[in-house]
Every structure is written in structure tokens, then in C-alpha cells.
Design a protein around this ligand. Structure first.
Ligand code: GLC
Length: 456
């Protein structure tokens, strides 16, 4: 019995040290927090999905969805020429919407490179457009003071050595079929190619703030970190750009330094995501409609309020929002995207103080019905977002001894406080409750915000 216990203890100990050695690089928790601080404060970024698929205009996965062979997909490469591309205009729109950083697809699953690459002919330089889109984009966005992020697809549906898997346009059913399809393909050559390309994009464009690798799908007919060579890849990323912030899709969740933030996609989290009880940095990525790439005939566009709630709710749970635009093949944002961005900008112009530098409110503050709370720890202010405008009296339960002053954020107009209000009836209220007197008419703001100055 004792022996067994000893063996278990030794195994546990060895397991622990093996774990402790699973490191991509050396950095303390505090150093990591410091490295991520600008991004945490920024809270709101623009995702841009742009590639040859914009011409099909029916989803960036069109090659897979319709199982289009390379020869047929080639037509998009031969005519790609976004003559109206003006990245300065894009950057100004992102900034006016209140976004602080942007992440663009340097290569999506289709395998086409929007940058000048020494390792393939399948890049923008060989299309009629003939100029390095990534270079033009980086210069314009940086000039507007926005953070620069690169999305790079680990998946590649064009590279001849990339082995066919279950998400590939030529996906099959049985092991025999896969063996046949992959008999002349060598993943180690692709692995080298992908590393070379990531080196290129992290070397040729100056300081890059975010690296967004997409994505791993371990299991049967799938791909994981061994297929990508993720450990070596991530070491190189950290070496080339020590301050960069990386997402979590290279299948390195159990490595220290293998990722910085998690990426809930197209859904709202119930609460701040955690690992082993620790709250972790997160960013949700979302589309205006269902597709990332430009999709002409897709009509399920979220409205102004839904988009604002997405942003506010993310911050209220300690996270960021990366909101996607899929530009057209002419190089423009379509009118629905323009419209959504400018509506968000209208709100952000007056209310961004409840977003930047804000996070989840301390637990002692309970959110009143139909509201979302955010909190700025440096300023010690609480922000109450009114999703459904109340009628005149707005009761804050158990807030009285915590509030110094309250005002609307958009116009800095005072909101007077009173004792809990009741007329003809006796309401049950607590000693520490307080009433805010709101104007009857809802201010001309989609989601009005109350800014509460808290007592020290
Ligand atoms: C998915 C999709 C992709 C999109 C991405 C954004 O992984 O494959 O098309 O780029 O998510 O998060």
C-alpha cells in the first residue's frame, strides 16, 4: 500500500515539474498584465476579413461550402483588383466608431496572401492589383493611431503540401480515402512554409501589436499543434515581437506563453471566462451579419441597439469586442457596415467613458433591472447603462452610502437624488436605498448612461 502511495506521489511530482516546464517563454504574471494593459483598456477593435472570397460575395468559406476546385477558384485570383481601396478612409471610419485597434486577414483559409511573400506566387503581387495591401493598410491604420493586428490562417486550402482534412474543400469520409488523397502531400513542408510566412509578416511591417492565428481542430481527420509546429512557431512569434499579444487558437492552452487571451466567437458569454477559478483575458469576435467575408445576399444584420449591447455587455464582463467588417472586392465597406459603424460612433462620441479603461463592476453593486454595469477602477466611477428607459424614479438598492454624485454621461447633467419614492402606497425599501430622479423623456441617446461618482 505504502509503495503504491509513493509511486503516485512521485508520478504527481514528475507531472508537476513536466507541467512547469511547459513554457514558451519566461514572463511573470505581472509582466503579462502590463503587456496586455493597453489592449484591456482599448476594449473595442475592428476585425477585417478580406480576400479573394469577397468577389464570390457568399461567405469566406465558399471554397469549402461549394467544394470549388483550385482551377475554378483561380478566376478570383486572376481578376482581383480593388480599385477603390483607400485604407486611410477605413482607418478613419474605425476610429470614428470608437475602435482602438484593428486586425486584418493577411491570409485566410483559402490560402491567398494579401501581402508580398517570398514563399509563394499566390499573393497579391501577382494579381492585377499588384501592390502589397498589407503594407498600405498598416501604414494607414498606424497613421491614425490604431493598434495593428494580423490574422493568419493556419489552415490552407491552396498549398499543395497541406494534407486534406475534415475542413478542407476536398474532405472525404474514410481513412482509405484520406490516405489516397494525401499520399503525395508532405505536411512538414507546409509547416515550414507557414513558419516562414509568419516570420515575414512579423518582420516586414514594423511593430505588430496582435497576432491572431486561426485555427486548430484536433481529433479525427483534424489538425493540432503538432501539425502546425505551434510550439516552435510561438517561440518565434515571441522572439520577433516580444510585446505582441496572441490569441488562443494554436492549440497551446497548456503552455505558459502559448496564448494571451481567449476568443469566444459569435456568442455571448454568460460570465467572465475562467480557467481553474482564474478570470482570463478575453475578446469576443462578432459579425454585423452572419458572415465574416463580404456576403451580398445575407440579410440578418444586427441593429444599432444589439451592437451597442454587445460592446457594453462584453465590458461589463471584463472583455473586449472585435467587430468585423467584410469589405467588398472594390475595396469599400458596404452601406450597411458604414451605417452600423457610424451609429456606434454617434453613441461612443458621448459615452465612451463607460467603455475605455472599464471592466466588471465590484460585486457589492447589484445591477438594477434592464441595466448593464461597467466600472472604471482608476476613476472609481460606476456606469449604469439603461437598456430600457425607466419612468422618472429609478431606485438603486443598497447604494446610498456609496454614491457621491450622479449625472447623465452624454451631457453631464445632474441627476438629483431623493428618498425612495412612493405615493399612496407604502413600498418596501431598505435603509440604504436611494432614488434617482430621471427626466420623463428619454434623452436622445440609444442607450443612456448614468455616471456615478463613488465615495472613496
Ligand atoms: C472561424 C472561421 C473563420 C473566421 C474566424 C473568426 O474560425 O473559420 O472564417 O475567420 O472564425 O473568428
Amino acid at each position: 500500500m505504502k509503495k503504491i502511495l509513493l509511486v503516485i506521489l512521485v508520478a504527481l511530482f514528475l507531472g508537476q515539474t513536466a507541467n512547469a516546464q511547459k513554457k514558451i517563454w519566461d514572463e511573470t504574471e505581472a509582466e503579462k498584465a502590463e503587456r496586455l494593459s493597453w489592449w484591456r483598456e482599448a476594449r473595442f477593435g475592428m476585425f477585417i476579413h478580406w480576400g479573394l472570397y469577397a468577389q464570390a460575395a457568399r461567405h469566406e468559406w465558399v471554397k469549402k461550402r461549394e467544394r470549388i476546385p483550385d482551377e475554378e477558384y483561380q478566376k478570383y485570383f486572376e481578376i482581383f483588383n480593388p480599385d477603390l481601396f483607400n485604407p486611410t478612409e477605413w482607418a478613419k471610419k474605425a476610429k470614428a466608431a470608437g475602435m482602438k485597434y484593428a486586425v486584418i486577414t493577411t491570409k485566410h483559409h483559402e490560402g491567398f496572401c494579401m501581402f508580398d511573400s517570398d514563399y509563394t506566387d499566390y499573393d497579391v503581387m501577382n494579381t492585377p492589383y499588384g501592390k502589397d495591401i498589407i503594407k498600405e493598410w498598416v501604414e494607414a491604420f498606424r497613421a491614425e493611431g490604431l493598434g495593428i493586428g494580423f490574422y493568419y490562417s493556419l489552415i490552407d486550402w491552396h498549398h499543395p503540401e497541406y494534407t486534406i482534412d475534415r475542413v478542407h474543400p476536398q474532405s472525404a469520409q474514410t481513412q482509405e480515402e484520406y490516405n489516397e488523397l494525401n499520399k503525395d502531400r508532405d505536411m512538414s513542408i507546409y509547416r515550414e512554409y507557414l513558419k516562414n510566412q509568419v516570420r515575414e509578416i512579423l518582420t516586414n511591417y514594423g511593430k505588430i501589436d496582435i497576432m491572431w492565428l486561426d485555427y486548430s481542430f484536433p481529433g479525427k481527420f483534424g489538425k493540432d499543434r503538432n501539425d502546425w509546429g505551434s510550439v516552435e512557431l510561438m517561440k518565434m512569434v515571441r522572439r520577433l515581437q516580444p510585446e505582441i499579444i496572441v490569441n488562443d487558437r494554436a492549440d497551446l492552452k497548456d503552455y505558459w506563453g502559448g496564448w494571451d487571451f481567449t476568443t469566444p466567437e459569435q456568442f455571448k458569454v454568460e460570465s467572465w471566462p475562467e480557467i481553474d477559478g482564474e478570470k482570463i483575458p478575453w475578446e469576443t469576435c462578432q459579425t454585423f451579419s452572419g458572415s465574416w467575408g463580404y456576403y451580398r445576399d445575407e440579410h440578418t444584420w444586427k441593429d444599432k441597439k444589439q451592437l451597442l449591447v454587445l460592446l457594453i455587455e462584453s465590458v461589463s464582463k471584463g472583455g473586449n469586442l472585435l467587430l468585423n467588417v467584410g469589405p467588398t472586392a472594390r475595396g469599400t465597406f458596404d452601406h450597411r457596415a458604414d451605417n452600423a459603424l457610424s451609429e456606434m460612433g454617434d453613441w461612443m462620441k458621448y459615452n465612451s467613458r463607460s467603455i475605455y479603461g472599464c471592466t466588471q463592476a465590484p460585486e457589492e453593486f447589484e445591477a438594477p433591472d434592464n441595466t448593464l454595469l461597467t466600472y472604471n477602477p482608476d476613476k472609481n466611477r460606476l456606469y449604469i447603462h439603461l437598456l430600457d428607459y425607466p419612468l422618472k424614479n429609478f431606485l438603486l438598492e443598497d447604494y446610498k452610502d456609496k454614491i457621491k454624485y450622479a449625472q447623465f454621461l452624454h451631457d453631464a447633467s445632474e441627476l438629483q437624488m431623493s428618498e425612495p419614492y412612493g405615493h399612496w402606497i407604502q413600498q418596501e425599501t431598505g435603509e440604504n436605498d436611494v432614488n434617482l430622479i430621471l427626466p420623463v423623456n428619454k434623452p436622445n441617446v440609444e442607450i443612456p448612461v448614468i455616471e456615478v461618482f463613488l465615495k472613496e
